[in-house]
Design a binder for this molecule. Structure first.
Ligand code: GLA
Length: 408
């Protein structure tokens, strides 16, 4: 009988053997976590940072939670009310974290209880390092203690930042906090925030993250840079190629919404909201919900756009066409439908033709398009339709193949 030389057998076995996780990921002592059943659709909510920065207090959080209900945002699907940085006071003799007593005189649990009493969920912020980005105490070395404290307070969502983390490996540090959250016994959505620096889309889910920031902070502008922060289109451009990493329970996070914060026009905010929905992004409002105008409210509560964001398939959209300032994004939806965004990035009006070939469909197929901002069905068409898209704006559509008529 023919026998393979021993060295060849060893080589074949080595080639066929699964690569040990430690070698493949470069991190030791690391085990992938099973899915936790949380965030099956991209989380929706509000966070204090974009509008209020460090000006947080119990009164503010309770007011914004009330406004989330009164404005119709809760009815539209928003749930999480998240206190970002600056709530912390310090650590007691036992090492337990406590809030700034001036800002949160009745403690955090009272705020969480109030938020829960409105049928909403409550989120908080910490940092994997010694200090947060605003210099407040971080969780390094206190992960299990903090997770337990959050669970006692009734926290449902933790945003975990990456400032002052010298010497830490993000994948390991995030996995430690994920373990701590699980050990706390309370289901807590885990939001990773390393600003995309170490490509968290590659390891975020395995480290227990339900979502991970893919970029530096958003800046409330159509495009450009502002120090560390990036304009809306700059953030959008960095999402290209990341679609395959997202899905139910683990999402790419292109940062929070700026809708209503004043740096962009309503058309530009409609564009952010539409594009974020195409990206299956978390929809975390960042404006003052208690003082928003009707136009802002109409954008944030557009249920047709929200339905695209929350689509059960959880497949991110991708650009299928780009020419000059014209861009077309397509996202597959449940039931064989698709969502489409026609984006005009420039300062002049543009004609953009949507061809069925861009949708992966034959030209002869009759399609019904629906305009999700005008809330109108368009006439059934074949082959393609040309739209005039205003400067720095989008048109957002869904397409549904027209049902063949039953004979008789
Ligand atoms: C970082 C995060 C922001 C915000 C601030 C708070 O910059 O990326 O989203 O949480 O810290 O200090």
């Amino acid at each position: 009988m023919f026998r393979l030389p021993r060295i060849l057998i060893v080589l074949i076995v080595l080639l066929l053997a699964p690569v040990p996780a430690a070698l493949a990921g470069g991190a030791m002592h690391f085990h992938a976590r099973p899915a936790d059943g949380l965030a099956l659709a991209p989380p929706m909510g509000w966070d204090s940072w974009n509008h209020f920065g460090c000006r947080v207090s119990a009164r503010l959080i309770e007011r914004e939670a009330q406004a989330m209900v009164a404005s119709g945002m809760k009815a539209a699907g928003y749930r999480y009310v998240i206190i970002d940085d600056c709530w912390q006071g310090g650590r007691g003799a036992n090492g337990n974290i406590y809030p700034n007593p001036k800002l949160f005189p009745r403690g955090i649990k009272a705020v969480a209880d109030y938020v829960h009493s409105l049928g909403l969920k409550f989120g908080i912020y910490s940092d994997a390092g010694d200090r947060t980005c605003q210099g407040r105490p971080g969780s390094r070395g206190h992960e299990y203690q903090d997770a337990l404290q959050y669970a006692r307070w009734g926290v449902d969502y933790l945003k975990y930042d990456w400032c002052h983390t010298g010497g830490l490996n993000p994948r390991e540090a995030y996995a430690t906090m994920s373990d701590a959250l699980r050990a706390s016994g309370r289901p807590i959505v885990f939001s990773l925030c390393d600003w995309g620096v170490r490509k968290p889309w590659r390891w975020g889910a395995a480290a227990g993250g339900n979502l991970w920031r893919t970029t530096p902070d958003i800046w409330d502008a159509w495009r450009g840079r502002h120090g560390f922060s990036l304009g809306m289109l700059n953030i959008l451009d960095r999402q290209v190629g990341l679609a395959k990493y997202a899905g139910p329970g683990h999402w790419n996070d292109p940062d929070m919404l700026e809708v209503g914060n004043g740096g962009m026009t309503n058309a530009q905010y409609r564009a952010q909201f539409s594009l974020w929905a195409m990206l299956a992004a978390p929809l975390i409002a960042g404006n003052d919900l208690a003082h928003m105008n009707a136009a802002t409210r109409a954008i944030l509560t557009n249920r047709e756009v929200i339905a695209v964001d929350q689509d059960r398939l959880g497949i991110e959209g991708q650009p299928v066409y780009r020419h000059g300032n014209a861009e077309i994004w397509v996202r597959p939806l449940v039931g064989g439908r698709e969502a489409v965004v026609l984006l005009n990035r420039g300062r002049q009006p543009l004609h953009i033709r949507l061809r069925w070939s861009e949708l992966g469909l034959p030209g002869y197929l009759p399609l019904r398009l629906r305009d999700l901002w005008r809330h109108k069905d368009l006439p059934v068409a074949t082959h393609g339709v040309t739209f005039e898209v205003a400067p720095t704006s989008v048109i957002m559509l869904t397409e549904t193949p027209e049902q063949p008529r039953t004979p008789g």
